[in-house]
Unconditional design. Sequence first.
Length: 818
Amino acid sequence: MKMYFNRFTQRAKTAIDLGVESAKSFGHKIVGTEHLLLGLLKEKDGIAAKVLNKLGVTEDILENKIIEIEGKNDITATEVTLSPRSKQILELSGAFANKLKTNYIGTEHILLALAQEGEGLGMRILASLNIDSRDIAESIIDMMGIDNYSIEPKKVNKANSTQDSTSSKLLDKYGRNLTESAKQDKIDPVIGRKKEIERIIQILSRRTKNNPVLIGDPGVGKTAIAEGLAIDIAEGRVPDTLKDKILYTLDMGSLLAGAKYRGEFEERIKQVIDEVIKKGNIVLFIDEMHTIIGAGATGEGSIDASNILKPCLARGEIQVIGATTIDEYRKHVEKDSGLERRFQSVLIEEPTKEDTIEILKGLRDKYEAHHKVKITDESIKASVELSVRYITDRFLPDKAIDLIDEAASKVRLKENTPPKEIKDLEDKINSIKKEKEESVRGQNFEKAAKLRDEQRKTQEQLEKIRDRWNKSSKYANVVDEEVIAEVVGLWTGIPVNRMMEEETERLLKLEDILHERVIGQEQAIKSICTAIRRARAGLKDPNRPIGSFLFLGPTGVGKTELSKALAEAEFGDENQIVRIDMSEYMEKHSVSRLIGSPPGYVGYDEGGQLTEKVRRHPYSVVLFDEIEKAHPDVFNILLQILDDGRLTDSKGRTVDFKNTILIMTSNVGAKTIKKQKTLGFGIPNAETQEKDEYEKMKENIMSELKKQFRPEFLNRIDDIIVFHSLNKDDISKIVKLMCKTLIARLEEMTIKLEMDEEAIDLIAKSGFDLEYGARPLKRSIQKELENELSELILQGTIKSGDVVEATVKEGKMSFEVK
């Protein structure tokens, strides 16, 4: 019994304990079958008690019978032991649990064992009540919902037999009949895979090694091809060698579920194989075939599902169609050469755009019927085109089908929501009904008649509106390319949908939006805005990023700020930016962090810091800050991004950069820029002179760049932009921008801050530095404004609700509360 003890349910254990306690209460030192039977009755929630009660056996009847036969001692027994027959029954209950394919031993199994043993006092008492083992077995079968179960009384050696009539249902229990599903039209049609299906039929018709395995990327249609074969078999479109075949898909999860003890899984799969061999016309389809390797192995010395299948495959006793991805096949199946050579691989390629369009047209009726919408040809074409362009980490036709499915769902939910007018009228009718009923109860029949007429009119009005809505929704339930574009936008965050009037206006005024944050850099802003407009109009090269720019200039002139402003203008949040600080990649070994560590190294599972961020946010601004500080090997990675708009990470996944804006900032030639800029002060025709100097400066910068960067890198950049040093006017404008943040923080405290021009000039003057640009301004604002204001607030001089004016007195910042 030790081997089965852990399998007893809590109710079964309680029943056994109650049986032991009953023996003690009677003063009996041996726990016999009669005591076990009484314990089963006392555990009222168990199936055994319900069966016995149904048969007319109660605790009182059984107790009286036990006392009548064995008597009762006045002294309670303190120590009791199980009789050999009781032990045998508990052992037998485990065998019954195995026979009934349950991983637990319940009260019903103990009762079945007691009935089958048939010779104990417990069963003799039941026999005296005209209850035999057949009655017990049939009652348990009925209560448990078991079909065609047979019990042979008094034949204990048959308890472990598994050759019963339930075996004919093993395939239905652990799999699904695809051929039957095809006959019942429960499988979607398979289009454009005629060659692949013919190849499978050809392999299945071979004399040896007639087991095809479908290998392909996830989503290309491997399972659909197997279903296509089932459809052909069901419709008789196969050679005579396959006409009588039945295709079953085997569910490894069902086979493994509940197999907690060693040997259970092996027994199940062996029974399935025996049934397949016995029937002789079964072809098994194992989806995710790599899962059979290691399945069911519980430790050293145990065998898995693949090793159980190998001998049968080698002898040609069973036929199997497998399906798995290329990566999983390489990782698992190829390593097991014994398994691999028993299968003939069939490579399933991703269908072309044209084939996918035909596949979607073939599936259109199914999705239209399910969603009650109309799917246009244009939407089918758009789903293929947009999925190929924007969803690069998945494969056709799966991603295009998913797009159509979700777009149809979106349209149906939107159009099937009744307008508010209908809901208001329904509420009004319900209110009138209640009022009418109250009037009738109060015998105010005149008012009730008026309410009846009002209800009728409102009901007619509701029906008219509902008919009008139903007619309009029939025409409105159309999936077009605009809906497909919206769904792509939801999936990827890429604004793919047609440009609305507001967006068109915003794009045309993008320069003004960026100028609100970035001062004095007209050329840089114009270059970026042109690139974005070109991309949104659909004229950019589809195989390259939206734009790639190299920003040059001294520190603090707005290079990084422009990148943040662009992210805010495009995505509504300046934090929607992938920022890579290239000073972290100065060492040769740190380069791998961008695309991920190679296999076997620490961090391999984490992915690359660049590739992972872009993979999750494919439509973003990617900022490579201070690129001149990076190791030269980094530029080899950037070449691929700039030219092809793609990058392969350490796991072999292709990351799409086609919808990113690449911005690289550098301080190369900063000294030259400063020197050239200072030459323009105090010279007549300063504007013309400045332009000439700017062109000369650009030539000098390019000379510096060629020394620092390789030609193949520079030639791939769309535009190299030299930022101007900031003058005093620019600094004053920047001060106003920076002070807006402080003013907003004070407004949260209900304190209003007003600043005159003198105060702004004071901050600009103290924070102006030609060499460091606008960066010292933050310190100047902190010193002149924030420090002073914080002291005044803490002292109570400035309170919530005050209006504070900042001005200059005697060359210092002064604050007055109005």
